[in-house]
Design a protein around this ligand. Sequence first.
Ligand code: ADP
Ligand code: ADP
Length: 226
Amino acid sequence: MASITLEGLRKTYAGNVQAVKGVDLAVEDGEFVVLVGPSGCGKSTLLRMVAGLETISEGTLKIGDRVVNTLEPAERDIAMVFQNYALYPHMTVYQNLAYGLKNRGFKKPVIEERVQKAAKMLEIEDFLSRKPRNLSGGQRQRVAMGRALVREPAAFLFDEPLSNLDAKLRVQMRVEIRKLQRRLKTTSLYVTHDQLEAMTLGDRLVVLNGGLIEQVGTPMEIYARP
Ligand code: ADP
Ligand code: ADP
């Protein structure tokens, strides 16, 4: 795992829309940081810049010691978990997990080993032959996480991964992600507008407002103020 460092990060969209106005943030190696804030505050833009899905207008982005500003997403050694699962419906769970590794040219024995390891970790090893449509919402979410896990990246990015789930499942998955985090000590940057999710998951919370950091602290420091 590796740290993620943002120095003076800015994003100005066409029409002079300043979505992110200069953000300094260090996600330490093994730390789980949650970005929270109201709709339109720039969370998604910030995460997408880290992922490489959006260009950086100004500032420096590092993964570990490496400046990755201009690297393609695939070269950044980070994996992103999306909210809509992004699973391939015509492929089995195994094939969904193996796909990204296969594309990156990993050899079959390595792929098998990593898929089995991730499947075991996520307790989906009994569903490897199923198609996504024959899984429950929670199982699908775990497969989506599995696709990130098999890559064994330096860091994980989460873009509101639980927002499409019903309330009960959302609580379950929150616990699931927290457990996984404790076990794997993953460096994670997690975006949500859900305060409860932020409190449960974050080692540290970053409150974003109008493209700027408003507050940084532990869940207790942010939400338990008198
Ligand atoms: P959040 O994820 O917190 O809801 P966003 O990062 O999506 O916030 O948006 C931040 C601001 O940038 C908003 O004002 C939004 O309208 C604007 N914005 C987002 N994407 C684009 C885009 N592709 N072009 C122009 N403006 C955008
Ligand atoms: P391809 O797309 O290359 O044909 P397959 O999906 O047929 O790949 O599977 C390739 C290998 O992955 C198989 O030979 C098998 O070892 C392993 N595999 C595929 N599905 C499963 C599964 N459900 N459980 C365990 N291993 C599997």
